[in-house]
Ligand binder design. Structure first.
Ligand code: ZN
Length: 413
C-alpha cells in the first residue's frame, strides 16, 4: 500500500464515461436526463451506482430515507469517514451533470485511490442523497434535510407527488427503504462537487469555485384584494385594480434586489389573477416572492423594504395587500477547515480558482449544519442548468475531481 502524493490524479476519461453511462438511464427528449426521484429510472440509476461502488470494493449502507453510503475502509476504523457526494435524481427536463457529477466524482476518487493502492487513515465515503431536486416530491433537499435534523422523517415520508403517490410507498416499492435510521451515520467531513449553475466562473475564466457558503432565502405568499368591476363602465379614478397594484409591487421586488447588488436577488415566479376575465377589472391577485442574500442582515433589510413598499402601494391603490412570509432559510457558511482544504488543493494543482457563494440550494447546505462541509464548483456552459442543454467541459470536471481528491486526502490525515 502506498500513500498519496501531490502528483496523484484522477482518471478524467473514466469520470466522463461514467457520467455518460448514467445519462443513458432515464434519458430526456432533448439530450438531457429525466430521472425523477424514486421512479423506476431512479432505481436503475441507484442499482448501477451501487454495482460500481461494490466493484470498487466499497461496503454499502442504505438508510431509511434511501440515502446511500458507500465506504472504502481506512486504516483507523474508529475515525468517522471523510465523505463526498450529491444526488442522482434530476429535474423533469434536467441535465446530465447537476448532482450526478458530485456522486460520480466521489466514486472516481475511490477508484483513483484503488488504482494507486493508496491507504487513508480515515475511511472514504461516497454519499448519494434522496430527492434533492424536489421536482417530484416537494420540498427540495428533503432527505439531506432529514439527515441534518431540519425536517421530521414522518414529514418526508408523507410527501405526495402530483399523482398522489406517497414518498414512503415509492421508496419501499423501488427497494430502497434501508434499515439505518436517517441521520444515525457519523461523518467526519462532507464535500460536494457540483456544476456552478451560474455564469460567474465562466465569465471570470476560473476553473474552480471554492464555495464558502450559500445564500439565505425568504419566501412570501402575497395576496392583493381590490374590487372586481366592469372594464367599460368603471371610470379610471377610483378603480381598485388588484393587478395594477401587484404589477407595481413586482417591480419593487426587482428594484429592491438591484439595491442589494451584487448578491441580492428577487423573483416573482407564480401569479394568479381573479377572475382572469378580459372585461373585468381584476379584484384579486396572488403571487409568490423569493428573495435571497448571503448576508442574513441584508436579507432582513430586503424583507423590511418589501413590507414598506407593500403598505405604500396598498394605500395608493386602495387595495388590501397581505405579505405572508412562509419560509426563512438562513444563509450557510461552510467550515473554514474544509474550505481551506479545497482552496489549498486548487492552489497546489495550479487551477485558476476563486471564492464563490452558492446561489442555489444543495444537499451540502443542509448537512453543513451538523457536519464540517465545503463545496467545489466547476463552470457550466452559459451558466445554464435545470435544462436539458446543460453542458460542462470534461477538463473542468476532471479539475474539480482532482481538487476533491486532494481536499479529501488532506482531511483524512
Ligand atoms: Zn444539484
Amino acid at each position: 500500500m502506498a500513500t498519496a502524493t501531490s502528483s496523484t490524479r484522477v482518471n478524467g476519461q473514466r469520470l466522463w464515461d461514467s457520467i455518460m453511462a448514467m445519462a443513458e438511464i432515464g434519458p430526456g427528449q432533448h439530450g438531457g436526463s429525466c430521472r425523477l426521484a424514486l421512479t423506476d429510472d431512479d432505481r436503475q440509476g441507484r442499482d448501477l451506482f451501487i454495482q460500481w461502488c461494490k466493484e470498487a470494493g466499497c461496503s454499502v449502507v442504505i438508510d431509511d430515507l434511501g440515502n446511500i453510503f458507500a465506504t472504502r475502509a481506512g486504516q483507523d476504523p474508529t475515525r468517522p469517514p471523510i465523505a463526498a457526494g450529491s444526488h442522482l435524481d434530476t429535474q423533469p427536463h434536467g441535465g446530465k451533470f447537476d448532482g450526478i457529477y458530485g456522486v460520480l466524482a466521489a466514486l472516481e476518487v475511490v477508484r483513483t485511490l484503488n488504482d494507486h493502492q493508496i491507504k487513508t487513515t480515515a475511511p472514504i465515503e461516497i454519499v448519494m442523497w434522496t430527492n434533492e431536486e424536489g421536482a417530484r416530491f416537494a420540498p427540495a433537499m428533503l432527505a439531506s434535510g432529514v439527515f441534518a435534523g431540519l425536517f421530521e422523517k414522518e414529514f418526508a415520508y408523507s410527501r405526495r407527488d402530483s399523482e398522489g403517490k406517497i414518498l414512503f410507498d415509492e421508496l419501499k416499492r423501488i427497494g430502497y427503504l434501508g434499515e439505518q435510521p436517517c441521520g444515525d451515520h457519523p461523518l467526519g467531513a462532507l464535500f460536494e462537487a457540483h456544476i456552478e449553475q451560474g455564469p460567474i466562473l465562466e465569465e471570470t475564466h476560473h476553473q474552480i469555485g471554492v464555495v464558502v457558503g450559500g445564500q439565505g432565502q425568504r419566501w412570501f405568499d402575497v395576496s392583493v384584494k381590490g374590487q372586481d368591476s366592469h372594464a367599460g363602465s368603471t371610470p379610471m379614478p377610483g378603480r381598485r385594480d388588484a393587478l395594477v397594484a401587484a404589477a407595481e409591487f413586482i417591480q419593487s421586488v426587482q428594484q429592491i434586489a438591484h439595491q442589494f447588488a451584487p448578491h441580492g436577488v428577487g423573483t416573482v415566479g407564480e401569479l394568479t389573477v381573479l377572475p382572469n376575465s378580459r372585461n373585468t377589472i381584476p379584484g384579486e391577485v396572488t403571487f409568490t416572492i423569493d428573495i435571497r442574500n448571503p448576508d442574513d442582515a441584508a436579507l432582513l433589510e430586503m424583507a423590511t423594504a418589501l413590507y414598506d413598499r407593500g403598505s405604500a402601494i396598498s394605500e395608493r391603490h386602495q387595495v388590501d395587500l397581505a405579505l405572508d412570509e412562509i419560509w426563512h432559510n438562513p444563509p450557510v457558511e461552510f467550515d473554514p477547515k474544509c474550505i481551506s482544504a479545497v482552496r489549498n488543493a486548487a492552489g497546489q494543482l495550479n487551477y485558476r480558482h476563486q471564492d464563490i457563494i452558492s446561489g442555489a440550494g444543495h444537499d451540502a447546505c443542509q448537512v453543513c449544519r451538523i457536519v464540517p462541509t465545503a463545496m467545489i464548483f466547476v463552470p457550466c456552459e452559459d451558466g445554464l442548468s435545470h435544462n436539458e442543454q446543460e453542458s460542462a467541459e470534461p477538463d473542468d470536471l476532471e479539475a474539480g475531481c482532482n481538487v476533491l481528491l486532494h481536499a479529501m486526502l488532506a482531511m483524512t490525515e
